[in-house]
Design a protein around this ligand. Structure first.
Ligand SMILES: NC(=O)c1ccc[n+]([C@@H]2O[C@H](COP(=O)([O-])OP(=O)(O)OC[C@H]3O[C@@H](n4cnc5c(N)ncnc54)[C@H](OP(=O)(O)O)[C@@H]3O)[C@@H](O)[C@H]2O)c1
Length: 268
């Protein structure tokens, strides 16, 4: 099946910057009609301006998506301004770059709220509206860490692995509603993701600025929606890491453990 994006009505979370912003622009170029949400209204306004300059349609719905009432209001507003809904793209997320021993229970729970419970509850709430949509789909932006957990990304990896599990399960359950459920696993992308991390006490050199451009990820996501691909691994790093993990899981574990020992070796 090919999904026709011209006139497709979609709610995009985390659209104020980074991958979500680039995706909104790419979707607008494909003719989609957009409802954009995140907490930063000023940044969302700027994205809407760019969409309109590109000849597209977008509406701002500011919200803290970890808040249940905000979530319900966002879905209601999206349906109202777009006259229904065909798609939901769960992109909003938060990282935490720290060893588990250095984290806190509250911090971990806060991250699970936005990375897991928010998309989970949006997916539940959106069923009745999406069922009435045209070629309806949900796309969840997880991460390569959701399939191959990385040290210092421990809590983040766990939150994305939970999202991967939920996505795979709902893909089969939502078949009864005629809603496609798609999963994306991007690799390192040059956004403010690391700067926005809840904690950043990890030790390795990450060099996010050398990651993929968000526009590259955005194009891959649009292509996934059009082709209705069940799962995509975006970026060379994601592809190779997930291939090695699939065929030589022991090798990856040994390499990572040895790197951790090296970085955390007591000073001589
Ligand atoms: N960058 C990477 O290397 C990478 C790799 C793989 C996967 N990903 C995933 O891709 C997605 C986007 O990442 P990014 O790199 O674009 O990160 P980013 O630049 O930090 O953007 C995160 C987005 O999530 C929104 N958000 C965070 N907390 C929110 C909340 N409580 N309520 C509503 N919106 C909230 C932020 O908006 P406000 O702050 O305005 O609320 C922002 O729009 C995330 O799910 C991330 O895990 C990123």
């Amino acid at each position: 099946m090919r999904r026709e994006l011209r006139g497709w009505r979609v709610l995009v979370t985390g659209a104020s910057q980074g991958i979500g912003e680039a995706f909104a622009l790419e979707m607008a170029k494909a003719g989609a009609r957009l409802a954009l949400t995140a907490r930063s209204e000023d940044k969302l306004d700027a994205v809407v301006q760019s969409v309109r300059i590109a000849g597209g349609e977008a509406h701002v719905i500011p919200a803290d998506l970890t808040n249940e009432l905000d979530r319900k209001a966002v879905l209601g507003s999206a349906v109202e301004v777009l006259g229904g809904l065909d798609g939901l793209v769960n992109n909003a997320g938060l990282g935490s770059w720290n060893h588990f021993a250095d984290g806190t229970e509250q911090g971990f729970r806060d991250m699970m709220e936005i990375n897991f419970f928010t998309p989970a509850e949006l997916m539940r709430e959106a069923i009745p509206v999406l069922m009435k949509g045209h070629q309806p789909a949900i796309m969840n932006i997880a991460s390569r860490c959701g399939r191959c957990a990385l040290p210092s990304w421990t809590e983040y990896s766990a939150s994305k692995a939970a999202l991967v599990g939920l996505t795979e399960s709902l893909r089969t359950e939502y078949a009864r509603f005629g809603i496609d459920v798609l999963l994306s696993l991007p690799g390192k992308t040059a956004t403010d993701f690391l700067r926005n991390c809840r904690l950043a006490t990890g030790k390795a050199q990450l060099k996010f600025e050398e990651g993929m451009r968000p526009e590259v990820v955005a194009k891959a996501l649009v292509n996934q929606l059009v082709r209705n691909k069940r799962e995509t691994w975006i970026g060379r790093d994601s592809y190779w890491m997930l291939m090695v993990q699939r065929f030589m899981p022991g090798l990856i574990r040994r390499k990572l453990a040895s790197k951790v020992r090296e970085l955390y070796a007591p000073a001589a």
